[in-house]
Design a protein around this ligand. Structure first.
Ligand code: MSP
Length: 525
């Protein structure tokens, strides 16, 4: 089922100094869902995630905890960041940590290549730096401090004082790339998506680009500049390079050629790094730019961007412990238009869980399987002649699969789920209208009953395939209950782009009891 298409997709690499919250989880499950979809379509898929471990913030946190930076990140990554992937059922192909030797060696090669090609020079630098952002701040990003910081200049995001840094630095000639970047945005209109993100990037670059300071000499938790070991590479340059180093840049040309270029999914807060600096670095190195950068919105809690520092952080396990990982994935991916901000609330989550998952999809699955057990001894019946209502379901399934695939191509996971949900709604309506429980009472309606229950079961077959990237656990359970494993093979082996073709589920398959896919939860959650 390989179509040969290479599909390499990445999450940002996370700062392990923060405890994972639902915002990090959101990015990760979105990328995982896109990767699972493409994998199941037979594309040569690779999903990368990881952690961004260098920089001053990490060094200070380690010191505050009486640990070396390496000990400290090992602990954080082991205790919080690897487990996050299991909590959310993420099927990543690789996990890169920027403190790994494979990364450090390849970063040094890349930076050396830029130096050799004349894109890096030494200069003097003086500017205000925010350790929270690990970023020098421009005037527009600096505000006057309040309360304990009155009289000081503070970061507009962190509300904490900035540090004046004066040092010899190495600079990357970012300013030379303005025209080439604008040309890129013009010729590849969906290089940056959605449009709002693209417009922001274009107008930012049109305003002119300054050269970028890419080294620091006041601390040493980072990758040494190869020709000047008194400097370490700026943490953002080090971090962006993970996307290339993880797939063999500099050491494994075959792997690199197979995977590169990537699609990057990032929160809109880090869009410029990915859509401006990163492609310019790649151009300077003579490499292909990414296939595209998709910026998603923020999760808002109580109207504010959720963050640990503002004490609105919610751990993913708070949700998965109650509702399960499938519900987590479904909720964030369906309820928020991918690319826009979305508000999280427990009430909304609980309401959608009950209405859409338990009563909508879960109940459809349970009652279909139960009726096949009751009326046909568990054997999926042979359908009779199709009526208009049956053909309408077949068309709904076919259209839903096509729309969902097209939506996924545009990274609109929410639209893909909405398309698939037309099948859930149509089938629930179909069962209500056709009343199989009434047909079962009349021996002369046996053929009609067969058709109705076959139609429902075959619709569930399509739903299991189409929803497996979003809800891997529930769909596996459903697949097993439909007896599909034995008759048509493993769920993950079903080609997703053919999921809308009617009639794949074989009559004669044996269904088995299905416990509720989305059990009732305690309402005080
Ligand atoms: N380490 C850098 C990224 C380097 S990528 C080469 C970083 N890390 S981070 O841990 O602070 O944030 C990473 C990502 O987490 C954000 O870009 C975004 O995708 C996600 N989110 C963090 N907070 C979020 C919300 N409140 N809402 C949605 N996503 C959020 O930046």
């Amino acid at each position: 089922m390989t179509s040969g298409h290479s599909f390499y997709i990445t999450t940002p690499i996370y700062y392990p100094s923060d405890v994972p919250h639902i915002g990090h989880g959101y990015t990760t499950v979105a990328v995982d869902t896109l990767a699972r979809w493409h994998r199941q379509a037979g594309d040569d898929t690779w999903m990368l995630t990881g952690t961004d471990e260098h920089g001053q913030k990490m060094m200070r946190a380690a010191a505050a905890n009486n640990a070396t930076p390496q000990e400290w990140v090992d602990k954080l990554v082991g205790e919080a960041w690897f487990p996050l992937l299991r909590t959310l059922d993420v099927a990543n192909d690789d996990f890169i940590r920027t403190s790994q030797p494979r990364h450090e060696e390849r970063v040094a090669k890349f930076v050396q290549a830029l130096y050799d090609r004349g894109y890096i020079y030494a200069g003097e630098f003086e500017a205000l730096y925010c350790v929270g952002c690990e970023e020098f701040k421009t005037e527009a990003e600096i505000v006057d401090g309040e309360g304990p910081f009155e009289g000081l200049k503070v970061c507009a995001i962190h509300s904490k004082p900035l540090e004046l840094l004066q040092e010899k630095n190495y600079f990357f000639k970012l300013s030379e790339f303005q025209d080439r970047l604008l040309e890129l945005y013009r010729t590849v209109p969906d290089f940056v998506r959605p449009d709002s993100a693209r417009n922001e990037v274009v107008s930012f670059v049109k305003n002119g680009l300054k050269d970028l300071s890419i080294s620091r000499s006041t601390f040493d938790w980072g990758i040494q500049v190869p020709w000047d070991p008194s400097h370490v590479i700026y943490v953002w340059v080090d971090a962006l390079l993970n996307y290339a180093t993880a797939v063999g840049y500099g050491t494994d040309p075959e792997e690199f050629a197979r995977r590169w270029p990537a699609y990057h999914v990032v929160g809109k807060d880090i869009l410029r790094f990915h859509a401006v600096i990163w492609p310019a670095m790649l151009m300077a190195a003579g490499l292909e730019v990414p296939r595209g950068v998709f910026a998603h919105g923020w999760l808002l809690v109580g109207g504010e961007k959720m963050s640990k520092s503002k004490l609105t952080g919610i751990a993913p396990t708070e949700i998965t412990d109650v509702f399960g990982s499938d519900a987590y994935r479904y909720y964030f991916l369906s309820a928020i238009a991918f690319g826009q901000d979305g508000s999280f609330s427990w009430e909304d989550l609980a309401a959608r869980y009950q209405a859409e998952l338990a009563n909508g999809f879960g109940n459809l699955a349970s009652r279909t399987v139960a009726m096949i057990s009751r009326y046909f001894d568990g054997v999926v019946p042979e359908p009779g002649a199709a009526t208009e209502a049956d053909l309408a379901i077949q068309k709904t399934v076919q259209d839903a699969a096509a729309h969902a695939d097209a939506a996924i191509e545009r990274f609109r996971i929410d639209e893909a789920i909405a398309a698939v949900w037309t099948v859930v709604d149509a089938l629930n309506g179909y069962i209500t209208e056709n009343e199989p429980w009434a047909l079962a009472k009349d021996e002369t309606k046996r053929e009609r009953l067969s058709t109705v229950l076959y139609t429902a079961a075959e619709g569930l077959r399509a739903l299991a395939v189409l929803l497996s990237p979003v809800m891997p656990i529930a769909t596996e359970k459903l697949w097993t209950a439909l007896g599909a494993d034995a008759s048509i093979g493993a769920l993950l082996a079903q080609p997703i782009r053919a999921a809308g073709q009617w009639g794949a589920l074989r009559p004669g398959s044996t269904v088995t009891a299905l416990s509720p896919l989305f059990p009732r939860v305690e309402q005080d959650a």
